[in-house]
Design a protein around this ligand. Structure first.
Ligand SMILES: *[C@@H]1O[C@H](CO)[C@@H](O)[C@H](O)[C@H]1NC(C)=O
Ligand SMILES: *[C@@H]1O[C@H](CO)[C@@H](O)[C@H](O)[C@H]1NC(C)=O
Length: 138
C-alpha cells in the first residue's frame, strides 16, 4: 500500500517542472516502516527523499534544505524508522547513517510537518528528534 502511493509520487515528480508533492498522501512513517531507494515522503512543496545516491534530502520547492551528507555510500540505500525511534540508512544491510536519538521500544512516528520541520514523536506525542528546519511547505 504505502509503496504504491510513494511510487506514484515519484512518477508525478518526474513529469512536472515545479516539484509539488501535493498528490502524495503520505507524509509520515511509523516504527518498522521503510523508505526504499528513490522513495519520498511528501507534503505540498516539501519532499523527504531517500535518493539513489544514498543521501537523504529534505527539499522545499526543489531546493535542498537539509540532508544526511551520506551520498555515495551505496546504490540501494533505504531508510528505516526503528522500534527505538532511530532513523537508520542502510545499504545491503550495512548501516551508513543513524540519527542521534535512540530510546526505548515504542511506536514512534516520523512526521514531515507543514512548517518544514521533520520530527520523530514517541507514543506520548513528545518530539524526540528534529531536523530543526523551518520553511513553509505550502
Ligand atoms: C503512510 O505510510 C506508512 C508507511 O510508510 C504507513 O504505515 C501508513 O499507514 C501510511 N499512511 C497512509 C495514510 O497511507
Ligand atoms: C536539533 O536541535 C536540537 C537542539 O539544539 C539538537 O539537539 C539536535 O541535534 C538538532 N537536530 C539535528 C538533526 O541536528
Amino acid at each position: 500500500m504505502a509503496s504504491t502511493t510513494i511510487s506514484i509520487c515519484v512518477a508525478i515528480l518526474l513529469l512536472i517542472s515545479a516539484p509539488s508533492y501535493s498528490s502524495c498522501s503520505n507524509s509520515t512513517m511509523s516504527s518498522g516502516d521503510t523508505l526504499f531507494t528513490s522513495e519520498s515522503l511528501g507534503l505540498r512543496y516539501c519532499g523527504f527523499t531517500m535518493q539513489s545516491d544514498c543521501n537523504l534530502v529534505l527539499y522545499v520547492y526543489g531546493r535542498s534544505v537539509w540532508d544526511t551528507n551520506s551520498y555515495g555510500r551505496g546504490e540501494r540505500c533505504q531508510l528505516e524508522l526503528t522500534r527505538n525511534g532511530q532513523l537508520v540508512i542502510s545499504n545491503d544491510g550495512v548501516s551508513v547513517w543513524k540519527s542521534s536519538f535512540q530510546g526505548e521500544d515504542d511506536n514512534y512516528v516520523l512526521k514531515l510537518q507543514e512548517d518544514g520541520n521533520v520530527v520523530i514523536f514517541n507514543s506520548n506525542e513528545n518530539g524526540v528528534w528534529f531536523t530543526n528546519t523551518s520553511v513553509s511547505c505550502s
